[in-house]
Each structure stands twice: as C-alpha cells, then as structure tokens.
Design a protein around this ligand. Structure first.
Ligand code: AMP
Ligand code: MG
Length: 486
C-alpha cells in the first residue's frame, strides 16, 4: 500500500551517535487514527508528494501505525534548566522517525509528538492532547509565515484514544519538521554523560550538520558559541518584533539551529505591556516579554559552560574566553533591536534621537494599553484601523515628531512604508481567535475555524479578504492564561 511514490529520502545520522545519547524504539500504535490537519505546502517544500495518498493512508502514516520505509525511530536524551533548575530529560512523548533530505539535500528531522512512552517518560503517558497539538500547528505555521525561524508542522492526527489530564481529552499526534532537535540541553546532557566521548561526538556532529564552515576554524568551539549567540539574538529580536512570548525558555527549549521550538504556553501580546506573562506556571515572570533577551543570554551561558572542555584544556582560560564572547550579548542585542524597531517605524538612516523616539512610543503604548500590533498598522495606514485612542494628544504629538523624522530620511517616503509593511504584520494569532478555533475543534469536532485562521495567518503582511476579521483585540484577554500542554 505504501509503495506509492511519496518521495521519502531518509538518511538517518543522529541514530549513529552513541547509544547513551538516544533510545531506539518505535511509536506505540494508536486505535483509530484520523487525519485532521495536513500541510500541503510544507510537504511540497520538502519534496514530498502525498497526492496519491488518501486521508486514511495519511492517518496511518502520521499516527506512526505504518512507518515509512527507511525510517528509524529514536527518542533523544537531553537535559535542561527548567525555570533555572537543572534536570535530566529526554523525548518523553516524541520520536524522531528519521531525517529526510529534500532535492537540495536540506536535512529535516521528522518527529512525531504524542507517539507513546519512551524510556524518558518516567511516569508520564507519552501521549498528547488534541488542543495543544493544534495550537502548536497554528502558532508554528504562523511564526514561519511571519518570517521567523521555527520548527514546522506537517500533520495532526487524532488517535481515537483518550488522554487523561485535568479532564479527559482526545489524544492526538503532531508531526513536527525541524532542521534538527539539538538543543542547549543536548549539550548539557553530553557534558555530564558517563560516556566521555559524547560531548566531542555531539559537537562534531553539530558542526557538520549546521555549521560546516566552522570545521576549518582553529577555534571551533568559540566559533560555535559566537554563531549560536548571533542566531539567538536574531531570533529574540524577531519575537520582540511581533510580540511573541515563548513562555518556557528553558535550556532544553533552545535550539542550536536558531529555530523557535516548543509551543507550549506561548502566546502573542496584544496590549503593549513589557511585563506580559501568559503561562500559568511562570509566577515570577521569568519568561515575561521584556525578559526574553536576558533569558536568552542566561541560556547561552549554560551553553558556554557545556563547551568549556572544548574551548581550552585549561578550564580557567576557557572560562575567560567564553566570558568575553558572552559579554558582547547586551550590546549586540541592543543594536539589533534598535535596527528592528527603526524598521517598524520606517526609519532608514541614522539619527541620534531615534532610540528616544522609539521609547516614547512604547511608553505611550504601555500607558494607554494600546495594542502593539495594531498601533504599527495604524501608523502604516490610519484609515484602515482607526481607534479613538489614536486621537489622544500625546500620541498626536509623538506622531508629528515621527512624521518629521521619516521625512529626514534620505529616501522617498514610499520606501519607509514599504519597509514598515515588511516587518509589521497585519494579523497575528490573537489569543481569542486561537482559543475559539481550538474550542470548536476539540469540543465540536468542527475544524472550520482552524482552517480559516490558518488561511489568514498564511498571509500576515497582506490585506486579504478576511484580514480585518482577525485584527480585533478582545476585552476578555485581561486574564488570558496558557498551560504547558504540548
Ligand atoms: P515540554 O514541556 O514539552 O518541553 O516537556 C518537558 C519534558 O517533559 C520533556 O522531556 C517531555 O518529553 C516530557 N513530557 C511532557 N509531557 C509528557 C507526557 N505526556 N508523557 C511523557 N513525557 C512528557
Ligand atoms: Mg520541551
């Protein structure tokens, strides 16, 4: 049955690492697999062709009941600092079924999330619930379409089985596509592994897979630290640009590739408030919006610690070298952030007052509880998204200053608006729309709202027929809370 040409090209390399880094096992079959979401454009992008495969067969494949030829499924071991506390972890409910190569030899981990127990599950059930899997699909695809590095979602299948959380929920499996699942926590695990070679092996593997240019360097480990630091600065600036709050930036949820991973309690901020936290368990605001760059730096410090033996034989010298690299984070981040915020305001060249202008706008937004996304939309095209708060006198004064500032650009005004259009989304996955879509899907088995939402999120920078339907902020959002359900 599965002989039909799909085009899987498995070339599994991670499974060749030492057995202390992983466990080989297959997904636990599910009772009644049913396909509920499938990402045709992603499958085409990675050169897979499911056009000859009907939904029943797709459900068999993406539930793990029928593994494709060439797959070799593994659970990866890793560790991590969760809310600052070090723990040994591992894929407790996920299995990478293999690495697929597209025609250009780009390598993708194909991973099932919710596919059953693994040696790392301990007492947990290894399964996942439908709501959180749909949530990851929606938000990760939205992030991709916003132009932000991220793991992606290929399919969601319901299992016909129940999972028990606070209540009884429908089980589901998400197929995640990632450039790899190597995390800061994977290095932390290798560092303390009983198998002394694990760290070097993982390190060489990571360079080969993600950063082959560093192979030639005389200071490979420092170069890896530097490049991961740059990637993370880029990533966090992108999150800050669209108001994304990851919610659980533990070191096991930070990738070496620079992709966003783990869509648990994440959510988008609507009213601008730097202290915004949605996660039910983040009582201290450790992962609040404004804290994300600081936490990224903290996580990179943990990454640097894992690289110490590879940086220099003398650990004191190694620490000094790593510290020098890490010290650059705040200034580098600040410059990238400024550059990004200037683009949001269509400011092209340099003026010493730019930072002040940005801060004044953010303070005004904070004070007046203005919607972060919509304020920039308003500046781009005030007729489309009108709101009485934009008649407020301080805003008008600020706006006049901003208009004078962009007139100072050595470029035509249209260029400013073009840049603003490229970085300011018209739609984001707003919490109330996401919740509504998930409610319809999980409680009424009606996926139409999910499909509609996915459609508008596919074009976040374009005004399509449904754009304006998804721009409204909700009042209920005052107490929006998210959970670590994925
Ligand atoms: P996460 O919140 O998805 O980052 O998960 C943190 C750790 O808990 C990971 O090692 C997961 O694999 C594990 N975990 C979470 N939920 C389950 C579950 N239902 N069954 C097994 N392991 C789980
Ligand atoms: Mg995780």
């Amino acid at each position: 049955m599965l002989r039909k040409k799909i085009g899987w090209k498995f070339d599994n390399t991670y499974s060749n690492l030492s057995q202390s880094m992983l466990s080989k096992l297959t997904p636990t079959p599910v009772k009644i697999p049913k396909l509920v979401l499938f990402n045709h454009s992603l499958s085409e992008e990675i050169d897979l062709d499911f056009s000859q495969i009907d939904n029943e067969e797709l459900a068999l494949i993406f539930s793990g009941n029928q593994l494709p030829e060439g797959s070799e499924s593994i659970a990866q071991a890793y560790a991590g600092h969760q809310f600052g506390h070090f723990t040994i972890l591992g894929d407790g409910r996920a299995l990478t079924i293999g690495e697929h190569l597209d025609k250009n030899k780009n390598r993708y981990d194909i991973q099932f999330k919710g596919s059953g127990k693994t040696p790392y599950s301990r007492n947990a059930d290894g399964r996942a619930a439908l709501g959180p899997m749909l949530r990851e699909y929606i938000i990760s695809e939205a992030m991709h379409n916003l132009g932000i590095p991220t793991t992606r979602s290929l399919a969601v299948v319901t299992t016909g089985e129940e999972v028990i959380r606070q209540s009884i929920l429908q089980g589901a499996i998400l197929t995640r596509v990632a450039s790899s699942h190597i995390r800061v926590g994977t290095f932390q695990y290798a560092l303390i592994s009983k198998n002394k070679n694990d760290l070097t092996t993982l390190f060489d593997y990571t360079l080969k897979r993600h950063y082959p240019n560093i192979k030639k360097s005389k200071s490979q480990a420092v170069d890896l630290l530097k490049v991961v630091l740059e990637k993370q600065i880029d990533l966090i600036c992108n999150w800050m640009r669209v108001g994304f709050i990851h919610g659980v930036m533990n070191t096991d949820n930070m990738t070496i590739s620079g992709q966003t991973i783990d869509y648990g309690p994440c959510a988008f901020m609507d009213k601008y408030d730097p202290e915004t936290v949605f996660s039910s368990i983040d009582h201290q605001g450790r992962y609040a919006y404004y804290n994300q760059p600081r936490i990224a730096q903290w996580n990179l410090e943990r990454f640097a610690e894992s690289l110490i033996p590879l940086i220099h034989n003398d650990s004191k010298v190694a620490v000094e070298i790593a510290t020098e690299v890490l010290k650059e984070f705040p200034e580098k981040y600040k410059n990238k952030w400024l550059e990004m915020m200037k683009k949001k305001l269509g400011i092209i060249d340099y003026n010493s007052t730019d930072e002040q202008l940005i801060i004044e706008l953010l303070s005004w937004m904070h004070q007046h509880k203005a919607d972060y996304t919509n304020t920039f939309c308003y500046l781009m095209n005030e007729h489309k998204l009108s709101n009485e708060i934009y008649n407020e006198k301080n805003f008008l004064m600020w706006k006049k200053k901003w208009e004078d500032r962009i007139k100072l650009n050595n470029n035509p005004l249209e260029k400013s608006f073009k840049i603003m259009n490229e970085v300011n989304p018209l739609v984001i996955p707003r919490n109330h729309f996401v919740e509504e879509a998930l409610k319809h899907a999980t409680e009424m088995n009606n996926f139409n709202k999910v499909y509609e939402l996915l459609k508008v999120l596919k074009n976040p920078y374009d005004n399509i027929s449904t754009t304006s339907d998804y721009q409204s902020t909700s009042r209920q959002e005052e107490n929006y809370v998210t959970f670590c359900g994925t």
